[in-house]
Write a protein that binds this ligand. Structure first.
Ligand SMILES: [Zn+2]
Length: 366
């Protein structure tokens, strides 16, 4: 087995003993083998280790068709004989269309020549074809590794790096509403900025909240811009608009997420209104659900989440340690079951909802 040298960097390359069950549970897996029965057997092994979404293919044509049909594959497993002599080109073709989904190559008798071809094709690993334990371990490692999408591959795939700005009134608003979405999109290689308008003076020691807010954003793969508007009395006037415009100009987002207008908290409504004005040139503006959202909140877009996205969301909320003991809506079973509930509207176990305010350009990702 090898770990391809151009995926991940430094200490991130080999996380110690990732839990296969948790990683496989939320992942979309595509398994290809020249023998359909062998593909089915491999899929079964992955399912017994917790995988919920596994699709199989038994020819290069089926593999490519499945690749196009399914959106957002997290991992592919491919028998090297199915790829044929042009293993490197076969893998390059996959990466060009699915830059965020690593490929594990299976091989009857892994040898140096095959290893070199797999390495050149940037395979995540090369494992023996009928070794379920090796495959499960390799899949867990590949899913645990942070995705480093090569620039060339992203360009070949069409859309360039998506920029997302997420605006919230208070520290932890964004994590509670769309922490899973942020983690998933950071994994996809999106460039994510969180703009928090108030340091949250009404909810504890401001300095401590500030440190926690940065740690939480970093844990989701986002960078944080923390402004200093007054907690509890944020207005939707031109001063607030200007503060938001500053970050919009700097981040140049393709997509903005913000509080909904259907929210009982006056700060949230003010931030919603000021953001609408500040983001008048941004093609896509969607609203997320805060715990204070009203029943008029009407989502019509759902971001499917994997188990690891939900875990990352909970971890990012825990990073706001000074708040977690004092608020009912931070209870983990509520956060998890809310994501589970919204999952019924997507094709995944968990999801986070979004209300489309503006969608002026066709969007390649859900
Ligand atoms: Zn808030």
């Amino acid at each position: 087995m090898f770990q391809a040298s151009d995926r991940g960097t430094g200490d991130d390359q080999r996380p110690s003993a990732p839990d296969p069950g948790a990683l496989l549970a939320g992942a979309r897996l595509l398994v290809a083998d020249r023998d359909a029965a062998a593909a089915a057997a491999t899929a079964e092994v992955l399912r017994t280790h917790g995988a919920a979404h596994v699709r199989t293919a038994a020819s290069p044509r089926e593999f490519r068709a499945a690749g196009q049909a399914g959106r957002g594959w997290d991992l592919a497993v491919c028998d090297s004989a199915l790829a044929g002599d042009g293993l490197t080109e076969f893998l390059e073709d996959w990466h060009a269309h699915h830059p965020a989904a690593p490929v594990i190559v299976t091989e009857d008798r892994p040898d140096a020549a095959r290893a070199v071809a797999a390495l050149r094709g940037r395979a995540a690993d090369l494992v023996a074809r009928h070794d379920p334990d090796a495959l499960v371990s390799s899949a867990a490692h590949a899913l645990a590794r942070p995705r480093q999408v090569p620039r060339a591959a992203t360009a070949a795939a069409g859309p360039e790096r998506v920029g997302m700005l997420v605006v919230g009134a208070h520290p932890d608003d964004v994590e509670i509403a769309v922490g899973g979405t942020l983690h998933r999109r950071a994994d996809d290689g999106w460039d994510i900025t969180v703009l928090t308008l108030s340091p949250g003076a009404n909810g504890g020691d401001p300095e401590q909240r500030r440190r926690e807010a940065h740690r939480a954003a970093e844990s989701m793969g986002a960078r944080l811009v923390l402004e200093d508007l007054p907690d509890g009395s944020i207005s939707d006037d031109s001063a607030t608009v200007r503060v938001i415009e500053r970050t919009v100009a700097e981040a140049a987002p393709d997509l903005v997420l913000v509080h909904s207008d259907h929210d009982t908290h006056q700060d949230h409504r003010a931030v919603h209104r000021a953001t609408r004005v500040a983001c008048r040139q941004v093609p896509r503006v969607f609203c997320y659900q805060s715990p204070s959202a009203t029943v008029d909140y009407r989502p019509n877009r759902f971001v499917p989440l994997r188990e690891q996205d939900v875990e990352a969301k909970l971890a990012s909320i825990r990073a706001h340690g000074s708040q977690s003991s004092s608020r009912w809506y931070l209870e983990e079973d509520l956060l998890r079951s809310t994501a589970r509930y919204w999952g019924r509207y997507s094709r995944s176990r968990y999801a986070e909802p979004l209300e489309v305010l503006r969608d002026a350009a066709p969007f390649h990702a859900h």
